[in-house]
Design a protein around this ligand. Structure first.
Ligand code: SF4
Length: 204
């Protein structure tokens, strides 16, 4: 599969859960993301194994409308900080911060107008959620209906797992039939980075 580096993020985004696809496409549309979106996305990118150097290149290239000077002054420090390269207590230094779990994304800092962080299953209207799913290729009526029911019951991560299982049904069947994956490796996903990792491994 595609190596994890700054120039492959567009292609790697096929493995992202909807929360991170939304951040990625908003970043591509606006050449910018607001504060909490940058945090959620930077920690996730760190979690998929993107190096600090590549993460800095990725953000610098993505923020097309600002100068190097502005980037260095206003954004670079926070990215280095997320990776534990600067600041923080001794504990965090060299390690940085953990990527956000679904639990954290679902419960903290709900997105306001113009913000793209959060979880689309929880924070989008059902119409916007359905449109976004369809735009990412999820077009089977039963799946969309299942998602709607999950969301109505506030089982947001179940909706996300439903979409994962549908989108990877061929690969999942194969590893089950071949016995190459333990059942535990197909447990319910409760972390965006687990979603990425499983998709990346299944498709490579
Ligand atoms: Fe992201 Fe978790 Fe929401 Fe899925 S359930 S979109 S991984 S926050």
């Amino acid at each position: 599969g595609a190596p994890i580096n700054a120039s492959n993020i567009d292609s790697l985004s096929q493995h992202f859960p909807l929360c991170m696809k939304n951040l990625h496409s908003t970043l591509r549309q606006n050449s910018h993301l607001k504060h909490f979106g940058r945090l959620q996305y930077t920690f996730f990118l760190k979690g998929i194994g993107l190096s600090l150097e590549d993460c800095l290149i990725f953000w610098r290239h993505s923020f097309k409308l600002i100068t190097d000077d502005t980037f260095n002054k206003e954004y670079k420090y926070n990215i280095r900080h997320a990776y534990g390269d600067v600041g923080g207590d001794a504990n965090r230094r060299g390690r940085g911060y953990s990527p956000y779990s679904c639990q954290k994304i679902l419960t903290e800092h709900p997105p306001g107008p113009g913000e793209a962080h959060g979880c689309p299953y929880r924070h989008f209207s059902i119409d916007n959620l359905t449109s976004m799913l369809q735009a990412t290729g999820v077009n089977e009526r039963d799946v969309l209906k299942g998602v709607k029911e999950d969301v109505e019951k506030k089982r947001y991560h179940i909706a996300c797992n439903r979409v994962f299982e549908w989108a990877h049904k061929g690969e999942i069947k194969k590893v089950k039939d071949d016995g190459t994956w333990e059942a535990a490796e197909l447990d319910t996903i409760v972390h965006p980075n687990a979603y990425f990792k499983r998709s990346y491994l299944l498709r490579n």
